[in-house]
Design a protein around this ligand. Structure first.
Ligand code: PEP
Ligand code: MG
Length: 870
């Protein structure tokens, strides 16, 4: 909690200092000191005290402290003054180093570090003071050094002899006096007070405020100060400054690396004025550098640093990178920041820290952003690779894939057959493209949103996909993909889809491969031990189910059976069923579909081995199964031996103005009950077959889509129950099954109490429920969603992250009404939101039993579910 009493405290006594009082760096240094790390002695001046300095001046607000610090400074001691804003990212004033050198104190410093280094330090103080306190132009001092280097005939500043520095010191004093019309201050108190004043005032100037605000700082953001003893990286014995890291940025594997400048002070390394040395000999060998590494220059320093890293990890539960200075062979820490890391590295580091006992397993789970797990699940473009971005769209399905551009599903299949990777580029995809999508390595659509066909299927298949790439143009006539900068690409040209970032990239940038073992696996197992909600998968095919199983799911929460009918060898039978004129013809076609459906379901049940499998009865409007192009209609007419006009007429009769609101879902089941009859039979026969073979007994869950009236559900249930009874009698087996309803319409949510009375479960289809609650087409929203989100109309795409206020309220209301009439009711969610961490948190808090999401999002959901439970 923020201490509102203006105060200052010894850094080594401030172990529990907080950021709001002493700033991020101040609080961190205090913690490092607390666990015994070598941090130079110092004092922290609180944010409120600095504000007082800004108002009253350093003498008035802080005079006693300044005198005490200056009085205690040994004759050869120097001070550093650093700003410590509450967040380092807000920026802040440059540190002023080497405070305390005066003409009178110079001899003691010469004694300590020799005449050349002492003069250099004095020069640096005058330059730093001139620039940061008196507002002089840094060029003035840089020019002096530049000219001196030329005059002395050496290759750089580091080679300047002692006399040259002595001369530079005199030049700096003259420049200071000429510019400020005052001699350089000759007392430690005056230097320190002026520096404190300058830092406090600078922070409160209007331009500093504006700059900070641009970095996200609040209007009243404050700054604390750190007054510290200087450790001298400049001297005649082993000394210098550097930055050391201890884990590999990409993998998180322990690895020591960094930079070091002999005879230098911290900012020199950051500014990169001189070419730094590497830290370890191994690193040097890898980089093919001849200059010695720190390890070789100052034996023991790297081992010491590694030991300090270990100590900081155990004491503070973080893998830090260090900013360090070496003075006479002794290592000191000037700062420590959590090392930069990729998402993969973050997992490895969190798991390693928990294994060491530095943090708890819960902490490790909380430290990893669930969405970032996609980096483990799919190949990604190497973050260090150059990218030539052609266009952007929605990041519809994560991962990256490189391949040759194809413009049709047939070409994708052909290329796949030759063992080559294809990137399927379409304006939008439709169910007919599914086979092509199966053969593609990645998919790009110019239109479409997060729940468009391409997006949903790609996520299911784990295919990298970018949809709604509106700044790309598809010139279908000339078969060209035109980039936003006008470059055009033909079929066969190589591109890369980055579905993680929503970008289409030219050529084949370097990739990093998926990684599902090691630390990832460990973290997942920890997450499973704490999470309080089941994670199931939306799996339509045996291949999906296998993938889901590989990700350790708790079952299948949604099997969209229609996807079983898009197979090459099935689609025409399906079409015959749809085109049938009479009920008898329809039943004949359905009889042929039955074994196909049953075989798939047998496989699903076998793969899931007794885990719950929820199978949804047919949902889409029938016209989706019919051919769209004239050519395909001809082919179908030939195959069915009917005139093409008959097919055209039937397709026309099925056309609807609003197909998503038309004859689909349970409305098909009510008006063409034979379809659901066939599906129910396939499910029960499959269960009977599997239960005969396996010990783990299948309890199929049958789900009715798009219900809005209880009577619809009752009618379907009556027929399903009858078919179950028939199959049991025919096969002389006993089967247990559960019947449930999808809540996808606002009316179903309102009437959930009725629906629950005779349902074993309610599963919220939040894709349709969002569409219908907003009155917003899920297939068209992508065209303007980015504008809406950018303008803040919606905080987020509601098809992506559940609209807690609106759709969420329907979910809460329906779940309460449902459980009121049926206390044993199972509640689940199976829309795309089932893989979204914020939506999973909502479902956990609302007491749902499961969420169900695309197989490749299962690990993300497992981690998010654990975080929601902790
Ligand atoms: C839904 O609407 O949320 C759902 C799961 O069904 P579909 O996406 O197949 O319409
Ligand atoms: Mg739906």
């Amino acid at each position: 909690m923020k201490d509102t009493h203006p105060t200052h405290i010894a850094l080594h006594d401030a172990g529990d200092a907080d950021e709001a009082t002493f700033g991020e760096r101040g609080a961190r240094l205090a913690r490092l000191a607390r666990v015994g790390l070598p941090v130079p002695l110092g004092r922290l001046v609180s944010v409120d005290l600095v504000a007082q300095v800004a108002a009253e001046g350093a003498e008035a607000a802080l005079g006693d402290l300044i005198s005490a610090v200056a009085g205690r400074l040994p004759p050869d001691g120097l001070l550093a003054l650093r700003g410590s804003p509450e967040r380092t990212a807000w920026g802040g004033p440059t540190a002023l180093l080497n405070i305390g050198i005066t003409d009178a104190r110079l001899p003691a410093l010469i004694e300590r570090v020799g005449p050349g280094c002492a003069a250099e330090l004095y020069f640096r103080l005058i330059a730093g003071f001139g620039v940061t306190v008196r507002g002089m132009d840094p060029d003035e001092f840089e020019t002096l050094v530049y000219d001196q280097v030329k005059h002395s005939g050496v290759s750089g500043e580091a080679e300047l002899p002692a006399e040259a520095w002595a001369s530079l010191l005199q030049q700096a004093k003259r420049a200071f006096e000429a510019d400020t019309e005052q001699p350089f201050p000759q007392s430690v108190e005056t230097q320190l007070a002026a520096a404190i004043d300058a830092m406090a005032h600078r922070w409160h100037t209007p331009s500093a405020r504006i700059l900070r605000a641009a970095r996200g700082a609040p209007e009243d953001a404050g700054i604390a100060l750190i007054i510290q003893r200087m450790v001298l990286g400049i001297g005649e014995r082993a000394c210098g400054a550097g930055i050391a890291h201890f884990t590999d940025e990409r993998s998180g594997v322990p690895l020591t690396w960094g930079r070091f400048l002999p005879c230098a002070q911290g900012p020199d390394v950051l500014m990169g004025l001189r070419t730094p040395h590497l830290i370890t000999s191994e690193e040097r060998a890898r980089a093919g550098q001849s200059a010695k590494a720190l390890e070789e220059m100052i034996p023991g320093a790297v081992t010491t640093l590694a030991g300090l890293w270990d100590m900081a990890g155990s004491g503070l539960g973080e893998s830090y990178s260090f900013e360090f200075t070496i003075e006479d062979g002794t290592v000191w820490l000037l700062d420590a920041a959590p090392g930069r890391r990729s998402s993969r590295a973050a997992v490895r580091i969190a798991v390693d820290l928990a294994r060491k006992g530095a943090i708890t397993r819960e902490d490790a789970i909380l430290r990893v952003e669930p969405r970032n797990l996609v980096e483990h699940l799919h190949p990604q473009i190497d973050p260090t690779a150059q990218r030539d971005t052609l266009g952007q769209g929605l990041a519809a399905s994560p991962g990256a894939a490189t391949g040759k551009i194809v413009f049709s599903p047939e070409e994708a299949q052909a290329l796949h057959a030759q063992g080559e990777a294809a990137i399927l580029v379409r304006v939008e995809t439709s169910p007919e493209d599914i086979r092509g999508m199966h053969s593609a390595a990645g998919v790009i659509t110019v239109r479409g949103g997060m729940t468009s066909h391409a997006a949903v299927i790609a996520r299911g298949l784990g295919l990298p996909c970018v949809v709604g790439a509106g700044d790309l143009r598809l010139d279908a006539k000339r078969q060209k993909l035109v980039a936003r900068d006008g470059r055009s690409f033909d079929a066969g040209d190589i591109v890369t889809v980055d579905g993680t970032r929503g970008e289409v990239v030219a050529g084949a940038p370097a990739m990093i491969q998926a990684e599902l073992t090691g630390a990832f696996e460990t973290l997942m197992s920890w997450a499973d031990q704490v999470r309080g909600i089941e994670v199931r998968a939306n799996a339509d095919t045996p291949a999906d189910a296998r993938t889901a199983r590989g990700f350790n799911v708790d079952g299948i929460g949604l099997c969209r059976t229609e996807h079983m009918f898009f197979h090459e060898d099935r689609i025409n039978v399906m079409r015959e069923m749809i085109l049938a004129d009479t009920r008898e013809d329809r039943v004949r076609a359905l009889d042929r579909l039955l074994p196909m459906q049953r075989d798939d379901i047998v496989e699903l049940f076998s793969i899931m081995r007794g885990l719950p499998v929820t199978i949804r009865l047919l949902d889409p409007p029938l016209h989706e199964f019919l051919p769209h192009s004239r050519d395909e209609m001809h082919t179908l007419a030939e195959a069915m031996d009917v005139p093409v006009s008959q097919i055209v007429a039937r397709a026309e009769s099925l056309r609807e103005f609003n197909p998503m609101l038309g004859k689909r879902g349970v409305r098909l089941g009510v008006t063409m009950p034979e379809i659901y009859d066939m599906q129910a039979r396939a499910i029960f026969e499959a269960a009977a077959i599997v239960n005969l073979q396996n010990l783990e007994q299948v309890v199929p869950e049958i789900m009715i889509p798009l219900v809005s009236a209880n009577r619809e559900a009752e009618m379907v249930k009556a027929r399903v129950d009858a078919i179950a009874a028939a199959v049991m009698a025919e096969r002389e087996v006993s089967l247990t099954y559960r019947l449930g309803v999808m809540v996808e319409t606002p009316r179903a949510a309102l009437r959930a109490g009725d629906l629950a009375r005779s349902s074993a479960f309610l599963s919220f289809g939040t894709n349709d429920l969002t569409q219908m609650t907003y009155g917003l087409s899920r297939d068209d929203a992508g065209r303007f969603m980015r504008d809406y989100v950018n303008q803040g109309v919606y905080p987020e795409d509601p098809f992506h992250s559940l609209d807690i206020e609106g759709v969420g309220e329907l979910l809460l209301m329906a779940s309460q009404r449902g459980r009121a009439t049926n206390p044993t009711l199972t509640l689940g969610l199976c829309g795309e939101h089932g893989g979204d961490p914020a939506s999973i948190r909502f479902c956990t808090l609302a007491g749902f039993d499961y969420v169900s999401c695309s197989p490749f999002r299962v690990p993300i959901a497992r981690l998010a579910a654990a975080q929601a439970t902790i």
